[in-house]
Design a binder for this molecule. Sequence first.
Ligand code: MGD
Ligand code: MGD
Ligand code: SF4
Ligand code: MO
Length: 899
Amino acid sequence: MNAPLSSPQATSTTCPYCGVGCGVKATPDGLGGALIEGDAAHPANLGRLCSKGAALGETIGLETRLLHPMMREGAGDLRRVTWDSALDRVAEGFRRVLAEHGPQAVAFYLSGQLLTEDYYAANKLAKGFLGTANVDTNSRLCMASSVAGHKRAFGSDTVPGSYEDLEQADLIVLTGSNTAWCHPVLFRRMVAARQARGTKLVVIDPRRTATAEEADLFLPLAHGTDAALFSGLLVHLTDTGALDETFIAQHTEGFAETLSAARAETPDLAATARITGLAEADVARFFALFRATDRVVTCYSQGVNQSRRGTDKVNAILNCHLATGRIGREGMGPFSLTGQPNAMGGREVGGLANQLAAHMGFSPAEVDRVRRFWGAPHMAQAEGLKAVDMFAAMERGEIKALWVMGTNPAVSLPRADAARRAMAGLDLFVLSENVLGTDTAGCAPHVLLPAVAWGEKDGTVTNSERRISRQRPFLAPAGEAKPDWWVLAQVARRLGHGEAFDWRGPADIFREHAALSAFENNGTRDFDLSGLADLTDAAYETLAPVQWPVRTASDGPHGTERLFGTGGFFTASRRARFVTPAPVAPAPVAEDFPLLLNTGRIRDQWHTMTRTGLSPRLGSHISAPFVTVHPDDARAAGLTDGALAQVETAHGRAVLEVRLDDGQRPGTVFAPIHWSATNSSGGRVGALVHPLTDPVSGQPDLKATPARLAPVDAPARGVLLARSRVSPPPGLGFARARLEGGHGWRLAGSVDVAAWAAYAQALADDLGLADSFCDMADTAGGHYRAAAFTASGALAFALVLAPEAEVPAWDVWVQRLARGTLTEDDRRLVLSGRASDGAAACGPLVCACFGVPRGAIAQAIREGAHDAAAIGARLKAGTNCGSCLPELKALLVDMLAPA
Ligand SMILES: Nc1nc2c(c(=O)[nH]1)N[C@H]1C(S)=C(S)[C@@H](COP(=O)(O)OP(=O)(O)OC[C@H]3O[C@@H](n4cnc5c(=O)[nH]c(N)nc54)[C@H](O)[C@@H]3O)O[C@H]1N2
Ligand SMILES: Nc1nc2c(c(=O)[nH]1)N[C@H]1C(S)=C(S)[C@@H](COP(=O)(O)OP(=O)(O)OC[C@H]3O[C@@H](n4cnc5c(=O)[nH]c(N)nc54)[C@H](O)[C@@H]3O)O[C@H]1N2
Ligand code: SF4
Ligand SMILES: [Mo]
């Protein structure tokens, strides 16, 4: 799939995953899939793609798509309906709730995965025409603290720099960002710069991540203490004469107060080290590096934003850059890495409950300006409820009608069980989705609306460096799916607002959005697309990636690379503000819940796995939900590597596989957010997470929930594989995965050989495989194996169960299913339980691009491939997207270390 072919029919579009916003060339293969390549002409990636982007072709099939509108009457089931009846029902439902309970009872919950045009339409309908500002988005869980921090310091939500700064920097500080896994193409750019110019890399994270493995200096700080670290740095910069006095004097205000507060909290290295839990020598090294290097970029992501003091963390970072004037110039600046492909676009259209469109807020003048521009009859006058409060209001029955679009809150919200109940109790619950079987779709929506998905969608997205790129369609809409903006406009029309939503296509909406950004702007607002407000349809079609602001032709065809290098902030005084963070308080660990649960991402899955979960390649890197535990904490809880643990908090519980890791900070555990009730029995960690929010941004603290661990009694473990999607034996399904050639379940539970045998026999009968069915039961030993084969001798299904200590090797079985026709020997081995020769080359997949498992890499190392280049030469591993290089290097270090 990754061969560097170029085709004249390739469509240039943008990756639908992370905020790097890589350009993609997609060429449909005529069979529903597409050849995917990196777009060498796109400035974000210059041709590179990571493992997720490279696997896009495997995730655009229709097997899980929602293909037509569906509706439910009373307690009945969802059934297929026409677009007209679905839209009538939505409009009627909103009309009734508005009439009976007023606009406060209506809410929209949107997503950074919507296109700017869709987002604009939703925000306009809600805030201008339904009169509710209860419009929030999953970006509240993602970028809200960065937005609030930017606004406090700059007077506007502006990311000052460009990706090129990463290549021009001499020091890159990564804090609260697992860049190697979450922004892999940017990370490749950083690593390349490092090779080219010796850029130093400092990584600040409570756990030793793949990113940390590459660092020159790794600072494993205590959760939530970043603000103290950067305040300590501010003091150090002052005391060592590293300030840019001119910049401070000409372009900022509030320095003295902020410095004196920083001095009170972190007067010296020792105080900083004590609060952050770091070694004093490491703090000193970091401070010296920062002090001595002019070209510093500080990148930050969710370890900063998703924190009970996330906004203060952001400002503590900005303070250091402002104090040294290291902002808006080549190779320097603070850099908030956005998560989703259009997190930034959502901020531009006012997708957050405390914003209006085009970077305006709720001051009376701004409300009036937007009202006049829209000709809005029911303009919301004040800020609405932010995500966590919105769902709490839903629980209390104060919000009666909800439209969810492009997000899966039943999985991703904190206190996710409560969110599920709240949605199931609504008078009107509308869900716009690409996919049919999500956890949120399981919360009794009244109307399910099919949206066009990536490959079909047509519009724009904005990446982390303010760069607007086109997502262009290269496939026809699936089934009856429609663009989200079209659906919103249809509902608006039914509510009597047709004229204001009378768009012919996304280009009309984009022009309106650009015109609003220019409306009575006169240089007072950073977000200004006046230079694009008159784009013709043809120019919109061919729009090249461009960085806002794009004010006039004088901004050039690529827009604006950097801001604030010579001041020009968007506060009333035009000066940036130093903001004093609240003193860092220790994380709230309760007696019953002595650990802190940190949550986040893995390399090859995207959020709730509705798309990446369809790719066998991506699923083979990490195939089951896990919790990473420090060996000391594991010992204390009676847990061993590979055992199942119950992770419990005051809000819920999950069952996860234990991974021992001495890079995990003692007293903390880490679990990925990707598993849901759809693909696991107990892997939905959102249910565990507390609803504590940052007082300024309202962003939840998703990285530090008090928790405890306990062993789970699951003496039987096993594997179920089949060519088709089948249900696991009752009580045994642990995690589901899409595999090469079929589907699989990891199994865990109690021993009942007779029940297993009955299940296997029934499954064989169901699948018409009774003739080739064979099984082997050892009731006393708790072993059971069953298999059936296709006419050509390939594995049709296999069920293998064994006592915990003899867990059958998942990867061996996955390979057997993938292999197709098996030799007679292999077929015998299936029941005998011995590993066949292939086993050596197995293990979890390390390189997703070329399908190279850990076993093969280990073998190559044993045979003399002693660096990444040698392994690449032999196996190709690591030579495409490079996402796996950190793991590959870790394996090298592990195996080549003197015994
Ligand atoms: N593979 C993959 N990539 C993705 C995504 C995905 O789902 N999968 N999602 C995208 C989205 S929407 C987002 S928002 C980004 C998120 O990208 P990241 O923010 O890089 O990812 P996370 O894993 O959420 O968290 C980053 C790190 O913060 C650390 N951390 C926790 N608490 C603290 C703290 O108090 N201080 C510091 N300094 N660090 C802390 C965690 O240990 C974790 O390693 O990724 C984007 N890219
Ligand atoms: N504990 C914990 N929780 C977290 C986080 C964490 O680090 N820890 N991270 C938070 C962050 S940063 C984020 S961004 C969220 C992500 O969480 P979610 O937004 O809930 O995750 P996704 O799986 O991306 O859900 C997107 C859904 O929208 C659908 N979809 C995609 N494109 C479109 C479209 O164009 N139109 C429509 N109508 N539907 C579409 C997809 O099929 C999918 O079901 O999770 C948050 N929750
Ligand atoms: S880094 Fe990967 S996931 Fe992010 S935009 Fe690029 S290809 Fe897509
Ligand atoms: Mo995010």
